[in-house]
Design a protein around this ligand. Structure first.
Ligand code: FPP
Length: 244
């Protein structure tokens, strides 16, 4: 069995549920926010590693539409960290030819956060390497409903025909329009659920659950995870013999 990554078999789109920041902090008797700060370092390592290994799209679940329900102090701290990340990382993204994109209810973000996000997206807009896609105030059910409303508005105004709605055309109404579906969804932190993340797009994704708390995720484990992915047989409903 191959022990080094096959660059021709890398997942095109990797999506990550970064879980475990709070528990990481608790274990060290630190405040939860310290866990999120350490989480940012893991984000930086992961972005760099994915870009280096030829991943085309990396989606990170940075803040869910349900995370607004957390204590106001934690929400404020997370938003501050996001702004810092955007301000600090933009130059590095440009240097590594990474284009920043975002999905979710971006209208719910504070204007200062939205402005910082827009600035970073504009500055990286001509980068042609990996796409770093941040899921912010994101929830999959909300995304699907917004997509349906958009389609039905077009239907009502006469611009669309119901027969035109197929799984492929529906994709164009989702926040992830233009991006391939995730090939690999990773969740850290030892929980085994998708938590309203990319439910439509996950139809054929390979799932990987790691016990590692997000701030502890190292390049070496990412390599193991990608190797594990490369040893899986993705049949998309067919049988093995049809694949060869
Ligand atoms: C889950 O850990 C993590 C989050 C809700 C936020 C993830 C945010 C970061 C990694 C930092 C910000 C990211 C960017 C891209 C700027 P948890 O708090 O639910 O951990 P727990 O389950 O151990 O409590």
């Amino acid at each position: 069995m191959r022990k080094t990554l096959d660059r021709d078999k890398m997942p095109r789109h990797v999506a990550i549920i970064m879980d475990g920041n709070g528990r990481w902090a608790k274990k060290k008797q630190l405040q939860r926010i310290k866990g999120h700060e350490a989480g940012i370092k893991a984000v930086e390592r992961t972005v760099e590693y994915c870009a280096k290994t030829g991943i085309q799209v990396l989606t990170l679940y940075a803040f869910s539409s349900e995370n607004w329900r957390r204590p106001a102090l934690e929400v404020r701290a997370l938003m501050k960290l996001l702004r810092l990340f955007l301000r600090r990382e933009t130059a590095r993204l440009i240097k590594n030819n990474i284009r920043l994109q975002a999905i979710g209810q971006l209208y719910r973000l504070e204007p200062v956060v939205r402005a910082e996000l827009k600035k970073a997206m504009d500055k990286t807009s001509s980068c042609t390497g990996m796409v770093l896609n941040l899921a912010l105030s994101y929830g999959s059910r909300d995304e699907i409903i917004r997509a349906m409303k958009h389609f039905f508005q077009e239907l009502e105004s006469g611009g669309k025909d119901l027969a035109a709605l197929t799984p492929e055309t529906f994709h164009d109404y989702l926040d992830t329009a233009g991006l391939p579906d995730p090939d690999l969804i990773l969740r850290t932190g030892g929980e085994y659920r998708l938590s309203n993340f990319l439910l439509w797009q996950a139809a054929y994704a390979e799932l990987y659950f790691s016990e590692t708390l997000w701030p502890d995720l190292a390049e070496s484990e990412l390599e193991e995870i990608f190797l594990d992915y490369q040893h899986r047989e993705r049949r998309f409903g067919m049988i093995s013999e049809q694949l060869s």
